[in-house]
Design a protein around this ligand. Structure first.
Ligand code: CUA
Length: 157
């Protein structure tokens, strides 16, 4: 097979770049001990409903300025207890896990956008600055009902 000189140069260039970029990503990940977003906190995905805090999903006050919201994601809904309601201006620590497949937990108009992976607890602290009703959607394709997977969170004064 005959390869044109320029084609060879580009092939070598592309291969070298690929190796360089993958090495940079790999070395960085190990050197800086990168973990999945939200840290590594594992859970038995078959025992989510028996494991705290997911045995009682919902919002719980931890102290004067901190609340915890434990939410179970499963096809195709979020279980955050009776009503998902939190106060404005307080730190809300979201703890989410999945009982089946990969979902996401994305709160519209905020920077909360997390992957929810079975076997892992995803954690994110967020403080709402404005009261109102916020839409929570799943933006990881999780099956035929994916587009029905949403809920709302009420942020009160
Ligand atoms: Cu859950 Cu898409």
């Amino acid at each position: 097979m005959h390869l044109h000189k320029y084609e060879k140069i580009w092939l070598v260039f592309g291969t070298v770049c690929l190796i360089a970029f993958l090495s940079i990503v790999g070395v960085n990940a190990f050197a800086h001990d990168h973990t999945p977003a939200g840290g590594i906190h594992t859970i038995d995905p078959e025992k989510v409903r028996e494991t705290a805090p997911f045995n009682e999903p919902g919002v719980k006050q931890l102290d004067d300025d901190t609340y915890q919201a434990a939410i179970v994601a499963s096809a195709f809904a979020y279980d955050g207890g009776e009503t998902l309601e939190v106060p404005v201006g307080k730190e809300i620590i979201f703890k989410i896990t999945s009982t089946d497949v990969v979902h996401s937990f994305t709160i519209d108009n905020t920077n909360v956008n997390m992957m929810v992976v079975p076997g892992q607890v995803t954690t994110k602290a967020y403080t709402f600055k404005e009261p109102g009703t916020y839409l929570i959607i799943c933006n990881e394709y999780c099956g035929t009902g994916h587009h029905f997977m949403y809920t709302e969170i009420e942020v009160t004064e």
